[in-house]
Design a binder for this molecule. Structure first.
Ligand code: CP
Length: 313
């Protein structure tokens, strides 16, 4: 039996997690990854538990993998989206959550467009909450599955040079990755147009570059971010074409990279903007490994938060 160090009732963000807690989740992920390779991909670990997926923003990867993770552990799952819930009749988030709590779920997975929504909700209900993405704030399970995928490829990230490229300003994935990677000792550089890099981000322990070509040769891992067209104010960069010219990863730029460069993207990809198709689908890309690992990592988290260990708070 592995030693489980995880001192929280919820997973609201990477912020506040200790190295040992991150390590507990990654170690458990390895144990759960094997289950998805079996012919019968199901174990009775969470039989009798109920998990509610409350998604107030669109999602393919996160929602599907949380649902599959719960099902593979034999938990009962209920999926609720804003468009099919009483939110459209004007019910607020606290009332929605309190009504769901009255039906005794064991855990709620929440994606919400408002930064801080899971933290806010955790003050009103007793049910453990996993943050599946809150506005431009955090996406902790994405950062953890990214870290797991990086370690599979390069071993420890301590001392590795990792570039996070693109729309840093609107990206919860960037923020959570910066927190997890700096906690684990990586050298992180964020890169993008000045209008998409928040002022003062160096205080999180990262370097800033506006020149992708200048940083490429030194990187061990590069994480390309999606241009978030839905969160974009007008005029942050002249055109998508110009963005792709300066910050898109294509086969020409790939030649400037180290021979073993690892290319990541959280998805969904804007093909031809931040990543050219031949790079997204090429041998350096681990994008589908990220998705595969995400399922195992979410199984591990559900196990930990639904009773796999005792917590203090
Ligand atoms: N990476 C990610 O969060 O993807 P989805 O929006 O499809 O869940």
């Amino acid at each position: 039996m592995m030693e489980m160090v995880f001192l929280h009732k919820n997973l609201l963000g990477i912020e506040g997690l200790r190295v040992e807690e991150i390590r507990t989740i990654l170690d458990a992920t390895t144990a759960f990854k094997e289950i998805s390779k079996r012919e019968i991909k199901k174990v009775p670990t969470l039989r009798g538990k109920t998990i509610i997926n409350l998604f107030f923003e669109p999602s393919t990867r996160t929602k599907t993998s949380f649902e599959l993770a719960a099902k593979r552990l034999s938990a009962d799952t209920v999926n609720i989206s804003s468009s099919t819930s009483s939110v459209v009749k004007g019910e607020n988030l606290i009332d929605t959550a309190r009504n769901l709590q009255a039906m005794s779920p064991d855990l709620i997975v929440l994606r919400h467009g408002m930064a801080g929504a899971p933290h806010f909700l955790s003050r009103y209900i007793d049910v453990p909450i996993i943050n599946a993405g809150d506005g431009a704030h955090e996406h902790p399970t994405q950062a953890l599955l990214d870290l797991y995928t990086m370690e599979e490829r390069v071993g420890s990230v301590r001392g590795k040079n990792i570039g996070i490229v693109g729309d840093i300003k609107h990206s919860r994935v960037a923020r959570s990755n910066i927190l997890s990677l700096t906690t684990m000792g990586a050298n992180v550089t964020v890169c993008g147009p000045p209008t998409l890099i928040p002022r003062g981000i160096e205080s999180l322990g990262v370097r800033v570059s506006y020149d992708l070509d200048a940083i490429l040769p030194n990187l061990d891992i590069i994480m390309m971010l999606r241009i978030q067209l839905e969160r974009q104010e007008r005029g942050l960069f002249p055109s998508l074409r110009e963005y792709a010219r300066f910050y898109g990863l294509n086969r020409h730029r790939l030649k400037q990279c180290k021979p073993k460069i690892v290319i990541m993207h959280p998805g969904p990809i804007n093909r031809g903007i931040e990543l050219d198709p031949d790079v997204a689908d090429g041998s350096h890309s681990v994008i589908l490994d990220q998705v595969e690992n995400g399922l195992a990592l979410r199984m591990a988290l559900l196990y930990i938060l639904c009773g796999g260990r005792h917590h203090d708070s």
